[in-house]
Structures are given as structure tokens and as C-alpha cells.
Ligand binder design. Structure first.
Ligand code: SAH
Ligand code: SF4
Length: 392
């Protein structure tokens, strides 16, 4: 006779063992709590956070064993509960103009693009905040991507860390100079709408600005939004970085088709939010991004209307020649048209730089980002329903 099958409930773990947590992307408070949870005495926790923080974000260390001011036992304890993980660089392309585009893989096998743009006096990293984008701006390649998920704070700051790896920009032992940095600026202008992922973007940018690590000034970080009005003031209050707005049109009719979020928060609502933006001043002007689309939004009347609309807002206008992508339903305005538009803006007293397309040969220019693995497209009908215009 076989023995009755019994199950001793005490041998069943009440909770499955937790996956090791990634230290990268934790706020200082979050890391403190996590250290206390593994038994670090409360009195020591803040100091330990400071030590780990410096290894991660000042020295770029990825291995607990290299954290030599921590005891061997503590390092072993860290290694059993935590990991130090940054996105994996799958491919790196270098443009003839020096622009570097990285395709990085994050949890779940998703891939996002990160672009490094070297200039004479600065080096800018264009960082992604989401896989794809839920919005469907009709001129933007990213907006055709079907799959969307928010990046974690670790995946966002991780993009900065892998770029610094590639640029060999972690200080060497004994040096702590931050002069002449290769990566001196961050723009949140890659894939995704950063204000739809506010907390993670905020936590990542706080890490980028922290004086004991990557140490970028808040004035060297620019967040670009398509116009998520209720989150705009928080950008000043909780991050403190500069703001750019994808404006792109001077009537609601046209903006509804180009930037469909305009149907929710129209030009007037957006401008009201910008007028009240706590940080706007002459030294911290709001950038109005304006993509130049042939015959759509590039007339002299548009330029004059734009000047009227933004009256009273400390602003500069960044004109972006449209970057084409396969199947795009628009054409770039001619150089003469862009110049004429820029002259009107300039004559009204605003700076009106024309953004030079960078890395076009590797599809790294604004609005061209879209990873090969996420090629699934929204259906034609869905795009038409959302934007009111046909494409493909
Ligand atoms: N989602 C955010 C940030 C990412 S897009 C936003 O929309 O602001 C960064 C900038 O590139 C935006 O101003 C966007 O409107 C612009 N852009 C998108 N597609 C473009 C294209 N094909 N050519 C030129 N600029 C484009
Ligand atoms: Fe999204 Fe910005 Fe592209 Fe619009 S322009 S689809 S908001 S990434």
C-alpha cells in the first residue's frame, strides 16, 4: 500500500524568492530602503548609499568586487540581493558626421535607440523614454510603432551610462575633472513621450544631475513634450530642466492632424500652460520645435501667426527640416522657404536656429528612430482614425 500523499505546508515557501533588484535607477531614498531591507543597520544605510552611488555614477563601476571601500562581507551580501544592470548595446552605427546611434536591448527583449551628437562646444545624448509612443504624430516614424512600454528609470539613466562607456568617459582613478566632457548635454527627444512616463524620467534625470555622480547641470537637460498640458508645470517643479514643446502648427485644424494630442489639449490650453511655466525666463527660454513640412505649415502667414501666438512667452524657435522616412506622407520644405520663415521669426526678435539634420545616413535624425524589431505598424485605419489623415 502506498503512503498517503501529504503535503507539509511548512516546507512550501510562502513567497517565491524575489528576483535580484537592479541598483541602477533607484533613487537615493529607494536605495536606502532596499539596503535596510537586506539588514543594513539604519544608522549606516545613508553612508552606504553614498559609497555605492559614487561607485556606480562617478566611477562607472559594474562589479561589486571593485567597490573596495566596502567590506568583503557586505559586498557578498550586495551581490546576493542586487544586480548592476544597464541596457545591452546590440549595435552601434557611426555616421559620416560623427553621430553615433546605439540600438540597446532592455528587459523583455525590447529595443530602443539612443543617439549621440558631437558638436564643437558640446556633445548631446538624445535619450528615449518609451519603447515606441502611444501618440501618433503623422510626421513621426516612432509614432507608427505598435508596441509601447514605459522605460524604467534604470533603463533611462542606463542609456547615459552605456554612452559614457562607449565614449570612455568615466573618470580614471585619481582624476575627477569634468571639463571638456564629450557627453555634456541630454535631450529627452528620442523615442516616446517623456511626460507620459513622468516619474521614471524624473528619477533618471535626478540621477544624471546628482552632484556625486554624473553631475550634469539641470540647464544642460532639455525635455521635449508634444504637449501633455497637465504635466508641464511638474517638469519645472520636480525636475527643473529646460523645456521644449513640439508646436509644429499655428492653427488647431492643422495641429490636430500633425500632433493629435492637440485634440485633447489645444493650442490655447498649451500656450496657457507655457505662460504659467514656473521656470520660463529670458535665460531659460522655452524652445518651440517646429518641423518644416512643405505646403503644410511653412507659409509666411504661419510664421506671422506663430509670432502672435507666442507673444509674451520667453521663447526660441527651433526650425526642424522634416526628416523623411520610408512611406512618410510629407516632404521637407525647401531651403529658401525655411530661410524665409526663419527671417520672419528673427525679425520679430526671436532666435530661430535651423536644426541641422544629423546622422541621416544611419536614420538617426529626429523622428526617424524606430527599431527593426518593433516594426509592427499600427493599422492604416487606426492611424487614419487618430490623425484624420491617410498615410502609407
Ligand atoms: N515625444 C516628444 C519627444 C520626441 S520627438 C515630442 O514629440 O516632443 C523630438 C522632436 O522631433 C519633436 O519635436 C518631434 O516632433 C520631432 N520630429 C518627429 N519626427 C520628425 C521628423 N520626421 N522630422 C523632423 N522632426 C521630427
Ligand atoms: Fe510620439 Fe513625439 Fe513622435 Fe509624436 S513626435 S509620435 S509624441 S515621439
Amino acid at each position: 500500500m502506498s503512503a498517503p500523499i501529504t503535503q507539509d505546508v511548512h516546507t512550501i515557501p510562502r513567497k517565491l524568492p524575489e528576483m535580484p533588484q537592479n541598483l541602477v535607477g533607484m533613487t537615493r531614498e529607494g536605495m536606502r530602503d532596499a539596503l535596510i531591507a537586506i539588514g543594513t543597520p539604519e544608522k549606516q544605510a545613508k553612508m552606504r548609499v553614498g559609497q555605492i552611488w559614487q561607485w556606480l555614477y562617478n566611477w562607472g563601476v559594474r562589479d561589486f568586487d571593485a567597490m573596495t571601500n566596502l567590506s568583503k562581507d557586505f559586498r557578498a551580501q550586495l551581490a546576493t540581493h542586487f544586480v548592476i544592470e544597464v541596457p545591452e548595446v546590440v549595435t552601434k552605427q557611426v555616421s559620416t558626421d560623427g553621430t553615433r546611434k546605439y540600438l540597446v536591448r532592455i528587459a523583455g527583449g525590447h529595443e530602443v535607440e539612443v543617439v549621440y551628437i558631437p558638436e564643437k562646444d558640446r556633445g548631446t545624448l538624445c535619450v528615449s523614454s518609451q519603447v515606441g509612443c502611444t501618440l501618433t504624430c503623422s510626421f513621426c516614424h516612432t509614432g507608427t510603432q505598435k508596441l509601447v512600454r514605459n522605460l524604467t528609470a534604470g533603463e533611462i539613466i542606463g542609456q547615459v551610462m552605456v554612452a559614457r562607456d562607449d565614449l570612455d568617459e568615466w573618470p580614471k582613478s585619481g582624476t575627477r575633472t569634468y571639463e571638456a566632457r564629450l557627453l555634456s548635454n541630454i535631450v529627452l527627444m528620442g523615442m516616446g513621450e517623456p511626460l507620459y512616463n513622468f516619474e521614471n524620467v524624473r528619477d533618471a534625470m535626478k540621477i544624471a544631475m546628482d552632484p556625486e555622480g554624473i553631475q550634469l547641470s539641470r540647464r544642460r537637460i532639455t525635455l521635449s513634450t508634444s504637449g501633455v498640458v497637465p504635466e508641464i508645470a511638474r517638469t519645472a517643479d520636480e525636475i527643473g530642466c529646460l523645456l521644449a514643446v513640439s508646436f509644429h502648427a499655428t492653427t488647431d485644424e492643422v495641429r490636430d492632424t500633425l500632433v493629435p494630442i492637440n485634440k485633447k489639449w489645444n493650442i490655447e490650453a498649451l500656450l496657457n500652460a507655457l505662460r504659467e511655466y514656473p521656470k520660463a525666463s529670458n535665460s531659460e527660454r522655452i524652445t518651440f520645435e517646429y518641423v518644416m513640412l512643405h505646403g503644410v505649415n511653412d507659409s509666411d502667414e504661419d510664421a506671422h501667426r506663430l509670432m502672435k501666438l507666442i507673444e509674451g512667452i520667453p521663447a526660441k524657435i527651433n526650425l526642424i527640416p522634416f526628416n523623411e522616412w520610408p512611406g512618410a506622407p510629407y516632404k521637407r520644405s525647401s531651403n529658401n522657404r525655411i530661410r524665409a520663415f526663419s527671417d520672419i521669426v528673427h525679425a520679430a526678435g526671436y532666435a530661430s536656429p535651423v536644426r541641422k539634420p544629423r546622422g541621416e545616413d544611419i536614420m538617426a535624425a529626429c523622428g526617424q528612430l524606430k527599431s527593426e524589431t518593433e516594426r509592427a505598424r499600427k493599422s492604416k485605419r487606426q492611424i487614419e482614425a487618430e490623425t484624420g489623415i491617410a498615410r502609407d
